[in-house]
Design a protein around this ligand. Structure first.
Ligand SMILES: C[S@@+](CC[C@H](N)C(=O)[O-])C[C@H]1O[C@@H](n2cnc3c(N)ncnc32)[C@H](O)[C@@H]1O
Length: 412
């Protein structure tokens, strides 16, 4: 039984009141706090069914928003193991009723932290580091926790990043500007107790904002980066650059990008929204040049380092906004053979779409993490481009998030 909470013209929002029958897709969630925690949403659905539902959601978006009648969606590429996959966590701190520092995901629809001993989607090294860090912090009674109501206190978020193939970890305390008592001692103890830690960093976020990280970071111990591998490529990753959350599945994602590009060694490729250069560097080195564009300057520095670390001298990276840079990279004198887009959830804007259309770019590869904006953008591109393949790849088991790789070819 459902209670309708909001009615729109063509759809409604509702919340379930009572379960009359169990669906055959329903299973028992592994996690004891699943009902409360907002960290994942689909643990009560059998993994095979999760994949079917993701295909259905993608199809529904393409039909409703993209206005596609019949569209061929390849069967989703699932994961080999759907647990303990997240290589990064940003976990809010709070104090419980006993005054103890806890950290965990927010309870659904609230800002109340639900503490969890073991999170089933976080990498086990993150779980272990979080448990030990909390135990240690609770030994220092002078350490306070940020209170978003009166904007007082110190600790805001615990940020942990791990290298799944290297078994390295980087810990960042996101705090206000307040004095952090015993920070050096705490960082030393963490590094001694957790050999996988390459470094401890403090990031300052003093603003009353939902943005997690502030602009200033200080290295407290060790190094401010880790390494990881996707296939045979090695990447240097700093704490605030984008790196795909599910390291093992990223190989399948990037292999999907690579499939059927059919490079001859003469091609120029643009990798728009290049992060730390992950896709450009992953591709088989059989092209003339790749140019990556990325707005995060630190990520651009990392991508240059990553290209040279992998002995690639034909990958170049520029720092800037894709909308501003695209007319310099795609114009009547510069026509890349392939353009790869991997935008944030907001997708592509009209200026970008019109540039590739006007300059008659032959091949586009669109990597999307949001079926709604993907469907909107494909509707515009479809007037000039055929969809060759549409391949969902499941990067986020136990959640409703969907990643899709679309290959587009210019209509002749
Ligand atoms: C979904 S990530 C993709 C990164 C990379 N392709 C990968 O697979 O790891 C999107 C990237 O776009 C960058 N970004 C967001 N808005 C941007 C903009 N307007 N111009 C350039 N880069 C942007 C983000 O910093 C992020 O690194």
């Amino acid at each position: 039984m459902i209670e309708i909470t909001k009615e729109k013209k063509s759809y409604a929002h509702g919340k379930s009141i009572k379960r009359l029958n169990d669906s055959e897709a329903r299973i028992e969630a592994k996690c004891e706090i699943f009902e409360d925690c907002g960290g994942c949403q689909w643990q009560h659905i059998d993994y095979e069914k999760q994949k079917e539902f993701k295909e259905e959601i993608l199809r529904e978006s393409l039909e409703r928003i993209g206005k596609f009648d019949e569209i061929n969606i390849e069967p989703i590429k699932g994961v080999d193991y759907p647990w303990f996959y997240r290589n990064k966590s940003v976990i809010p701190f709070q104090k419980n009723e006993d005054g103890e520092i806890i950290a965990g995901f927010y309870k659904r629809g609230t800002h109340q932290v639900v503490d969890n001993h073991t999170c089933y989607i976080q990498h086990q090294l993150i779980n272990r580091i979080k448990r030990y860090t909390l135990k240690l912090l609770n030994q220092y009674k002078s350490i306070t926790v940020y209170d978003e109501n009166d904007l007082t206190g110190l600790l805001r978020h615990l940020h942990i990043r791990v290298g799944v193939c290297t078994n390295q970890a980087l810990l960042t305390f996101i705090t206000t500007e307040k004095e952090f008592p015993h920070l050096k001692e705490i960082a030393k103890l963490l590094m001694n107790k957790i050999p996988e830690l390459t470094g401890v960093v403090r990031n300052i976020n003093d603003k009353d904002t939902n943005v997690l990280m502030g602009n200033k970071s200080y290295l407290i111990q060790g190094e401010d980066y880790i390494y990881d591998y996707i296939g045979k490529r090695k990447y240097k990753i700093t704490q605030d650059s984008f790196f795909q959350i599910n390291t093992m599945q990223t190989k399948k994602l990037y292999d999907t990008v690579q499939e059927d590009i059919n490079l001859t060694g003469e091609e120029v490729i643009v990798d728009a929204y290049s992060g730390i250069g992950s896709i450009a560097i992953y591709l088989d080195d059989n092209y003339k040049d790749i140019i990556g564009i990325e707005s995060n300057e630190k990520a651009v520095e990392d991508s240059k380092h990553n290209a040279s670390m992998n002995n690639l001298d034909n990958c170049k990276f520029i720092s800037g906004d894709v909308t501003e840079q695209i007319p310099n990279l795609i114009n009547k004198d510069n026509k890349p053979d392939v353009v790869i887009f991997d935008p944030p959830r907001s997708g592509l804007n009209d200026e970008i779409i019109n540039t590739v259309i006007d300059q008659n770019i032959k091949k586009i590869i669109y990597v999307s993490c949001n079926p709604t904006t993907l469907a909107r953008d494909l509707k515009k591109l479809n007037k000039f481009y055929n969809i060759k393949t549409l391949q969902p790849v499941d990067m986020f088991p136990q959640t409703y998030h969907i990643e899709t790789v679309v290959k587009l070819r210019r209509k002749s």
